[in-house]
Design a protein around this ligand. Structure first.
Ligand code: LRH
Ligand code: MN
Length: 385
């Protein structure tokens, strides 16, 4: 049996603290039993995902959703649970002051407030030891003429430059783009081109974050991935999947073939090598399904797509491509995609002392019943909490 260890060992997936909390849509946030009530319980749940998959060693935080009085205490708690604190996500999209934008707002007082929050997030990174500051801006306008598109880009560039100058050591800035929502006419960072332009203007510590749910329908995301890797500016993924818009469903659930094509370009472009610095993060909301199980399934989906991508016979593919043998080239790729890699991954887990089926292992652990009993009282974390 092919041993994909070399490739799979380097695939560390970061789970998002907010995936363990209640979430929903503008219509309803359904509360679920056993949901965490604070960042410590979110970290504990994330640690279970790592315990059963062996592939999710870090958990991303979102500020202020995960605000605590002392982040070194949370970092120590995480270490005690067997995980590390990962990317720090800023939040300049939920304050009334940000009605007309945060760092692009016409009002300099509001821009100052937003930049101060971004700088506070770097202070938190200094304590948690996080490498990445992840920035997503909901900033945009709903009607033509509402504000000047170019001036907003100038304001964005000025804010990013101040934050970039604050980064220390190996710290990086990840600029995430999104086509629309909550803005419905123009978003200030709508696509990979705009994010890349700002990153190139800032410097080598600014990288693009590709959220797989943030593109227009029909977008060839793997082309964007190949191009960003070629430019040395692919910093991170926010993995999820969607049928329509930013649905934030489990990665690979809606379109496993697209996830395979993306992971093939990652492997082809050297992105699976930890030295490439590409961060593989999940950004999902489990609105109707059990959250910890949903995260375990998501980690497995990324592993399966990576395993299939690692099975592509690169030499055969290259010779068919160079020969202009269209069908043979496509067949080489499809052979890998059509390979059932689940036995390979089960063997990969067993070689690491893990149970071959993480979902079955999680269910058998009784962890869910324990947290349902323990977390009976208190306010649950999450949207609308
Ligand atoms: C915006 C986004 C961003 C996060 C948020 C939870 O849609 O993808 O990455 O801050 O979701
Ligand atoms: Mn995202």
């Amino acid at each position: 049996m092919t041993d994909l260890s070399a490739g799979l060992d380097g695939l560390a997936i970061e789970t998002p603290s907010w995936a363990y909390a209640n979430s929903g849509t503008r219509f309803k946030v359904f509360a679920q039993k056993g949901v965490p009530r604070d960042p410590f319980e979110k970290v504990a749940d994330a640690a279970r995902v790592h315990a059963f998959t062996g592939a999710a060693p870090t958990v991303a935080l979102h500020i202020p959703w995960d605000r605590v009085s002392d982040y070194s205490v949370l970092a120590d708690y995480a270490a005690g649970q067997g995980v590390r604190l990962g990317a720090i996500n800023a939040n300049v999209f939920q304050d009334d002051d940000y009605l007309l934008g945060s760092v692009t707002n016409p009002d300099p007082r509001v821009r100052r407030k937003a930049v101060d929050h971004l700088l506070e997030c770097v202070d938190i990174m200094d304590v948690t030891g996080s490498r990445d500051l992840k920035l997503w801006f909901s900033d945009g306008i709903n009607y033509p003429g509402q504000d000047d598109l170019r001036t907003r880009q100038d304001r964005l560039a000025e804010a990013l430059a101040e934050v970039y100058a604050r980064l220390g050591g190996d710290q990086r800035l990840l600029l995430e783009y999104k086509l629309f929502e909550p803005a419905f006419y123009a978003t200030d960072v709508p696509d990979w081109g705009t994010s890349l332009l700002h990153c190139l203007a800032l410097g080598p510590k600014a990288m693009v974050c590709v959220d797989t749910g943030h593109h227009a329908p029909g977008t060839n995301i793997e082309f964007i991935v190949a191009s960003l890797l070629r430019a040395g500016r692919l910093g991170a993924f926010d993995f999820n999947s969607r049928f329509y818009a930013d649905d934030d469903l489990m990665v690979g659930a809606a379109d496993p073939f697209q996830l395979f094509r993306i992971m093939y370009e990652v492997v082809r472009g050297g992105g699976l090598d930890p030295a490439s610095g590409v961060a593989f993060m999940l950004d999902q909301c489990h609105n109707v399904e059990p959250k910890i199980q949903g995260q375990i399934r998501s980690v497995m989906n990324v592993q399966e797509a990576a395993a299939k991508a690692l099975l592509v016979d690169a030499a055969a593919l290259r010779s068919a491509q160079d020969a202009g043998d269209v069908l043979e080239a496509n067949a080489v790729l499809m052979d890998a995609y059509d390979t059932d890699v689940r036995p390979l991954l089960a063997a990969w887990r067993e070689r690491r002392g893990l149970r071959p089926d993480p979902i079955a292992a999680y269910k058998a652990s009784g962890y869910f019943d324990t947290i349902v009993a323990e977390r009976a009282g208190g306010a649950q974390a999450g949207w609308g909490a």
